[in-house]
Each structure stands twice: as structure tokens, then as C-alpha cells.
Design a protein around this ligand. Structure first.
Ligand code: ZN
Length: 232
């Protein structure tokens, strides 16, 4: 046996492509930080062995989802995952883009409620309107916007399309204009489930509303975070 047999090894014996798991991996020069780069001949994916900038790590998106659902703020997530807050915000938006709203089954009972919150500063009040399906306690539809009938009606419209059997709300006057009298109910305790959900959401929203979402697209970020929060 030659000396080389022990000191030299084929890249393809030790490294699998992280994308397609194939072994046809060859060396492919170095990155600007002087790290060995590899190239997969099967799927043409380029990668390095250990990512020091965590934003490129394939697990990062999963972790972002997990921590967002825990209600952590932007800055703490960025710190824990060792990525920049800006990258994090971009990621959150792109993750949320791939989420499709749930399919609503017909003839169910819903509770609708509105939560007053603000973005950027305390004068900029907005509503978070959302509908909860009573049995499954799933959020089926939500909307964020100015405190107007339009914001409310967007959520109510989806419920109408799904042939809602009954819609429970609080005594806010706007609802009585927007919902068919036969469907509508403001009965006491009718909104118990959603009130409970509100409390949980409030705790989490408080974190979402910290100045860290001081960002030109904060409404987009807020909607994205809620999408992840409700629908993943
Ligand atoms: Zn590959």
C-alpha cells in the first residue's frame, strides 16, 4: 500500500450533499472567507461544511418558526440564532408567503373578535380581527388594518362564503350592520373561547409590538408573524 492511502481520502467518501444526500461531491474552490467549498455533481448544489453565518444554515427557518410561535421578540430570536434582525425580518416575511390560509369547512359556528393594538407608536391604532371556529378552536381567518368596517368585513366575508351557521361577537355596533341578523348573536358567554384566545394572544402580541418591528413594512411583518403563529 502506498503512503497516500492513509493521508489522502476522497471527498465523496466522507461528505454527503446536504440537499440531495448523494455522494457525488467534489471540492469547488474556496469561499471569500477561505473555507473549502463543495459542489454536488448530482444536483449542482454548492455548500460548505460548517456555516459560521447561521442565516444560511438549513435549520434556521425551522428555528425561526419555533421561536416565533413561542412568542419571542425579533431581537431575541436574532440573538439566539446568531443572525441579523434585518435578515430575520426578511425570513419571516418569506416564510409567511409560503403559508396558505386554511380551507374552511361549511356550516360551522364561529366567534369573531377584534383586538386593538398599534404599530410603530401608540397613536397608530389598528385592529386585529379574527375568527375562531368553535369546535376545533382554529383561527380560520384574520385581518389587520385600520379600525374601520372594511377591516371587519373582510373577515366576515370569508365566513359568509363558508355558510356560517352562527356568528358570535361582542356588542360592538359595527357587527350588527355587517352581519345578517339571523346569523348574528351577541349572547353573553357566546365569545368565551375567543376571549381566552385573546389573552394568550395579548401576551404574545405585546412582544410583537416592541419597537423592534420599527421597520418600514411593520404591517407586513406583523401579518407574517400572525400567519406563522396561527397557521403553521
Ligand atoms: Zn446534491
Amino acid at each position: 500500500m502506498s503512503k497516500n492511502a492513509t493521508s489522502c481520502f476522497k471527498v465523496s467518501d466522507t461528505i454527503n450533499c446536504p440537499k440531495c444526500k448523494e455522494k457525488k461531491v467534489i471540492k469547488n474552490g474556496r469561499t471569500k472567507n477561505n473555507k473549502q467549498q463543495y459542489y454536488c455533481k448530482t444536483c449542482c448544489h454548492r455548500f460548505i461544511e460548517n456555516y459560521s453565518y447561521q442565516a444560511y444554515n438549513p435549520n434556521t427557518n425551522q428555528n425561526i418558526i419555533k421561536l416565533t410561535k413561542e412568542g419571542l421578540g425579533i431581537r431575541s430570536i436574532a440573538r439566539i440564532l446568531k443572525i441579523s434582525p434585518t435578515t430575520l425580518l426578511k425570513r419571516i416575511v418569506s416564510i409567511a408567503k409560503s403559508i396558505i390560509s386554511p380551507i374552511i369547512s361549511k356550516g360551522k359556528t364561529y366567534e369573531v373578535d377584534e383586538l386593538c393594538t398599534y404599530i410603530r407608536h401608540k397613536k397608530n391604532y389598528i385592529w386585529l380581527v379574527y375568527a375562531l371556529e368553535r369546535n376545533s378552536k382554529n383561527v380560520v381567518s384574520f385581518n389587520v388594518g385600520k379600525r374601520t368596517n372594511r377591516t371587519l368585513s373582510q373577515v366576515l366575508e370569508t365566513l359568509k362564503l363558508s355558510d356560517a351557521k352562527k356568528i358570535y361577537t361582542d356588542r360592538l355596533k359595527n357587527y350588527s350592520y355587517l352581519i345578517d341578523e339571523k346569523l348574528h348573536s351577541v349572547k353573553r358567554f357566546g365569545t368565551n373561547h375567543i376571549e381566552r384566545k385573546n389573552l394568550t394572544l395579548r401576551t404574545h402580541l405585546k412582544r410583537l409590538n416592541r419597537r423592534t418591528i420599527c421597520f418600514s413594512k411593520s404591517l407586513l411583518v406583523l401579518v407574517s408573524i400572525l400567519k406563522i403563529y396561527f397557521w403553521i
